[in-house]
Design a protein around this ligand. Structure first.
Ligand code: AGP
Length: 608
């Protein structure tokens, strides 16, 4: 969502901040700004829209003329208040001395605002953040120390925050503090950084400190001191940055999304190599602390694409394990009459590991003493704090806002973990295991075959791009793929796409069909194919253009047909997600959309 960068050192501060923000751009944002602690005063530069607009502001103001050794920067994804210059961060106190950037949401900002306004404080924005600036500034007036002012104010703030703060009278330090929002300190030689995420620091530092909740870092040029909320010094470990700079390079691809789609066979190979050995599923048991004898119920909570991966898991696991699996959108899970107890295994799935809805759902599961596991692509993220078992997805950093390779990695994790459960619960024979592993091992090659048909898929997408709405339909294992297909197309092309169980079409949505409403049907082997074909006939009879995707084409009714290699139905979601990702990608490309950073979306959604 929003992104934070802070720098203290001898380099050109504005350049350092701008470069850091550039590396966070992928998270999605709609305004940006930086503040420099200049000799004369705090200078703030802001712009609505993309970083190019901020760059223009910096150039116009000849930013290089300011003498500063420290500064803070921010990209904002609007929540409270439109993406205007007034609402953009950094926010400055009325005396012009205290400035801060903030990620997260101050839940009690209205009360704080009222309280401060009653004391005569003037507000300039609609943001929740501004309440914090004035709160800290009022406290500073009383104690004259930034560190103390922040510490004294924190108990008054409810919600989630990562703050990075400077005061003009203390030009040797940046204060960083967090609660329920990520923040890291990058440690360099005679320079230090603060950031909300590692990519901001790539190529800058090789060691970082992860701040935990209720911790505050006092960041100076040559040292970093981390304290707890009471001011006691903590002995925090420096950790090696485990990320390569090329993750934020397109490596010759037109977009990160296409690069990430094409990385999928390699990711699968890596995951299989790690978890399939000697016809068995292997894993680091230290990280998976599930008491298998107690598992009587499995609940998976997630959002968006991760939720669709969970829906695939339900279908596959129920077939393989004969164990009921409940799937919930994390944002709704919290309103359920939860029938959880210590015999429940609750699995949270999140690419970013920062999704507020999913984290809140897991916190609730903790209250019921359920066993908690997370599947995440970021093992350094906030979500791992709420789980006793952690499964890394190993997809590598995903830059495009639209999830593709992380979806594949989530599916892969669900497949091998399903087999691991079957192994642990004695629900699979050696021969069945061998056959299933064989199927999984063949997937990368089959995906490569689909990727080799990009040109044809692009031609189909170009036709779809002329329609303002489409319908996806499927039966069986690929119903979640249909939901994912519709989400992907909506996210990046802005074409209205809906997905239905094919059998549901005749119960209402069929009213939508005419020559302007393409219907895309996802075929898999087995009992569902014949009925799905009948549903295609029904669509055709209403003059809808019909596109089939799946194994060998079984009829001539299709206007277009994207053929995928034949596989047993339960494995086909691993293949079928690829053509639907490519269709979305090429439709968005045809429409000249901003594919990697679609409007209104953020890579990690840290608000509920
Ligand atoms: C995927 O393309 C979306 N950008 C979005 O639905 C995403 O999957 C969702 O916000 C959940 O994110 P997470 O996996 O990081 O928790």
């Amino acid at each position: 969502m929003c992104g934070i960068v802070g720098y203290i050192g001898n380099n050109a501060v504005a350049e350092e901040l701008f470069a850091g923000l550039k590396n966070l751009e992928y998270r999605g944002y709609d305004s940006a700004g930086i503040a420099l602690n200049d000799n004369a005063k705090i200078e703030v530069f802001k712009a609505s829209g993309k970083l190019a607009n901020l760059d223009a502001v910096l150039q116009k103001n000849h930013v290089e003329k300011y003498v500063s050794h420290m500064g803070i920067g921010h990209i904002r994804w609007a929540t409270h208040g439109a993406p205007t210059i007034e609402n953009a961060h950094p926010h400055l106190s009325n005396d012009g001395n205290l400035v801060l950037v903030h990620n997260g949401i101050i839940e009690n900002y209205k009360e704080l605002r009222q309280e401060l306004q009653n004391k005569g404080v003037v507000f300039h924005s609609q943001t929740d953040t501004e309440a914090a600036v004035h709160l800290f500034a009022e406290e500073y007036k009383k104690c004259g120390s930034l560190e103390e002012a922040v510490r004294n104010s924190l108990p008054k703030l409810k919600g989630a925050f990562a703050f990075v703060i400077m005061h003009h009278n203390e030009p040797d330090k940046i204060i960083a503090v967090r609660k329920n929002a990520p923040l890291i300190i990058g440690s360099g030689q005679d320079e230090n950084f603060v950031a909300s995420d590692i990519p901001a620091l790539l190529g800058k530092v090789s060691q970082i400190i992860h701040l935990d909740d209720d911790e505050m870092a006092i960041v100076q040029k040559d040292k970093v001191v981390v304290k707890d909320i009471h001011g006691h010094i903590l002995n925090k470990k420096l950790e090696k940055v485990d990320m390569q700079a090329d993750v934020i390079s397109k490596c010759g691809y037109a977009h990160f999304m296409l690069k990430e789609i094409c990385e999928q066979p390699a990711i699968l190979r890596k995951v299989w190599q790690k978890h399939i050995q000697n016809q068995q599923i292997v894993t680091d048991d230290a990280k998976i602390a599930v008491n298998w004898d107690k598992v009587k119920k499995v609940v998976i909570v997630a959002c968006g694409t991760s939720l669709h991966a969970a829906m695939v898991a339900k279908k596959v696991w129920e077939e393989w394990l004969h164990l009921p699996v409940q799937i919930e959108a994390a944002s709704e899970f919290i309103y359920q009459t939860n029938l959880l107890d210590e015999n429940s295994l609750v699995i949270g799935v999140s690419q970013s590991g920062e999704t507020a809805d999913t984290i809140t759902a897991l916190k609730l599961a903790q209250k019921f003493q359920a066993q908690i596991m997370v599947l995440t692509n970021r093992i350094d993220s906030s979500i791992v704090r709420y789980a006793s078992s952690v499964v890394p997805l190993d997809a590598g950093v995903e830059i495009s806002v639209a999830a593709t390779k992380s979806y594949m990695a989530q599916l892969a994790a669900f497949y091998w973990f399903g087999l691991l459960m079957a192994q642990k619960m004695n629900k699979i024979s050696a021969s069945d295991m061998a056959e299933k592993l064989q199927n999984l091992m063949q997937m990368p090659e089959k995906i490569e075959e689909i990727l080799s048909h990009q040109e044809y898929i692009e031609s189909v997408a170009q036709k779809l791009a002329h329609h303002s709405a489409v319908v996806y339909m499927a039966r069986g294992f690929n119903l979640p793929t249909a939901y994912e297909a519709a989400l992907k197309l909506k996210e990046i092309s802005y074409i209205n796409a809906n997905a239905y169980p094919a059998g549901e079409l005749k119960h209402g949505p069929i009213a939508l069909l005419d020559e302007n409403m393409p219907v895309l049907a996802l075929f898999e082997q087995g009992q569902t194919a014949a009925k799905l074909l009948s549903n295609c006939e029904e669509a055709k009879a209403r003059h809808a253009p019909v596109v089939g995707i799946g194994g060998r084409k079984a009829s001539d009714i299709f206007d277009d047909y994207i053929e995928t290699p034949e596989v047993e139905a339960c494995f086909s979601p691993l293949l079928m997600c690829v053509p639907i990702q490519l269709l979305a990608y090429f439709a968005a490309k045809t429409l000249n959309r901003e594919i990697d950073q679609p409007r209104n979306l953020a890579k990690s959604v840290t608000v509920e």
